[in-house]
Design a protein around this ligand. Structure first.
Ligand SMILES: [Fe+2]
Ligand SMILES: [Fe+2]
Length: 149
């Protein structure tokens, strides 16, 4: 079952929602590609791309948390660091494998990507909503446009 954006995930009706739509679509696509057993080299390329996007998104979220005096800022940053650490571990693991092969441990990666969507984006991130409502977030450029630059 693919996971998609749902309206109740909305936090700011602005740039953070736009990022989350983009990330949920990208992560769901990778989960689907793992199921379809795409070769290691394609998986490595897509996960590396999503890692870069995640880093930009996390920086943006952390900046907005500071601006809005979000009280769980430190714990939230730790969750972001843990996601990046895990992505780096997966990227390094994939980089050591023959690129034309099928990935031998796909369930671990799939469940990490599911957890990122379900435990972080649709739970942790939701707690920022009342704080972001106090500040203007629309001035930032959406990730999908930054990626095209
Ligand atoms: Fe987020
Ligand atoms: Fe977050």
């Amino acid at each position: 079952m693919l996971i998609g954006w749902k309206d109740h995930y909305a936090i700011d009706d602005g740039v953070i929602d736009d990022d989350h739509r983009f990330l949920i679509a990208a992560l769901s696509m990778i989960i689907d590609q793992i199921r379809k057993k795409i070769p290691v080299c394609a998986l490595l390329r897509n996960i590396s791309h999503v890692r870069g996007v995640a880093e930009l998104h996390f920086k943006r979220e952390e900046k907005l948390q500071k601006q809005s005096n979000y009280p769980c800022h430190r714990k939230h940053c730790e969750e972001h660091r843990e996601i990046i650490r895990k992505l780096d571990e997966i990227v390094n693991q994939l980089a050591d494998l023959p690129g034309d092969r099928e990935y031998s441990d796909p369930d671990e990666v799939k469940s990490f990507l599911y957890r990122w969507i379900l435990a972080h984006i649709t739970e942790s991130d939701q707690r920022m909503k009342p704080y972001l409502a106090e500040i203007q977030t629309e001035a930032e450029l959406p990730l999908r446009l930054m990626a095209q630059r």
